[in-house]
Design a binder for this molecule. Sequence first.
Ligand code: XMP
Length: 320
Amino acid sequence: MITEIPAQKLDTEQFIATKVAEIREAVGSGTAINALSGGVDSSAVTMLGHRALGDRLRTVLVENGLMRQGEPEQVVKFFHDLGVPVEVVDARDEFFSALQGLTDPEEKREAITQTFYRHVFGRLVKTSGAKCLLQGTILTDVDETVAGIKRQHNVFEQLGIDPQEAFGYRILEPLIQLRKDGVRKVGKALGLPSALFDRIPFPGPALAARVIGEATPQRIATVRAANAVVERLLKGTGAFQYMAILHEDRVTGMRDGKRDFGCQIEVRCWDSVDARTATPTRLSFDVLQNLADQILRDTPGVVSVTYNIASKPPSTIEAV
Ligand code: XMP
C-alpha cells in the first residue's frame, strides 16, 4: 500500500531530505544507474539521485527512436548545464525490431517494457556492476496499471513482478507517493529550470503511444512532425497536455488535383490538474484551423486533421 502525499501537503525540503537519505542507504557504497527520458518525473529523479550520489550515479538516456523532435539533444544539454552528465545509448534498432508487426496497445507496451528493462537496462546494469536502477514512477502510473486501464511501462511490484528476479536488479522509485503536481514542486525545489519542471507530461512509451496500430519508423516520423506543430502552436495555452495522434484508418483526400488516400491526425489538448480526469481545452476555431494548416503543410501524407472533444473518462489522455 502506497501512502499518497498530496501536492498541497507536500513539504518539498523534507521530502527531498528523506528521499536523498533513502537513496544513499539503498545504494550504500555502490553505484546506481538512472533512467532519464527528459520528462518531468525522470528529470526530478535525476536531480534527486545526483544530489544523493554525485558521480556514483550514471544517468542514461535511451534513444529509443520514439522521442520527440530534437529531444535527446535538448535533454542532454539541459542536464549538462545543470552539471549532470548524461550518457546517450542508441537502441533505436532494438526498439523498432521489438515493435515490428505489433498493433495491440498492450502488446506494444509490453514490447517496450521488455526492451527497456530486460534488454537495454539489463545489459547496462550487468556490465556496470550497479545494483539498482532509479526511475520516476508516480502514483498515477500505479493506479492506472492496477485498475487495468493501461499497463504503464514502468510498473512492476504492484503487478506481482519482482524486478530483481525478472531483470536482475532492484528498482528505486522515490516519487511513487506523488502525482504530477507534487513532482513539479519537487523538481522546482531541486533547481530544475521551468522548461523542465513545467514541461507537459510525456508517456514512457513515447510516440509509440501516439500511433494507433504499428509503430514503424515511418509512422513515428509522421506523428513526430505533427506533434512538433501541436507543441509549437499550443505552448502558450497553459493547457495540461497537448499532442498529435496518428490514426490507423486512411481517408480519401486530394492533392495536386489527384486522389490521395492519406493519413489522419487527431489533435488532443487537455485541461487537467493531476491527469486522473481531464476535459478538452476550448481552443478557438482560429487556433484549430491554424493547427490543421500547419500540420498539413509539415506532415507529408496527411490529408485529415480532427480535434478530440471527449473527456476523460471515458476517454484517456493518450490514445494507445
Ligand atoms: P492516460 O492516457 O492513462 O495518461 O490518461 C495519464 C497521464 O499519464 C501520462 N503517462 C502515461 N500514459 N502510458 C500512458 O498511457 C505511460 O506509460 C505513461 N507514462 C506517463 C500521460 O501522458 C498522461 O499525462
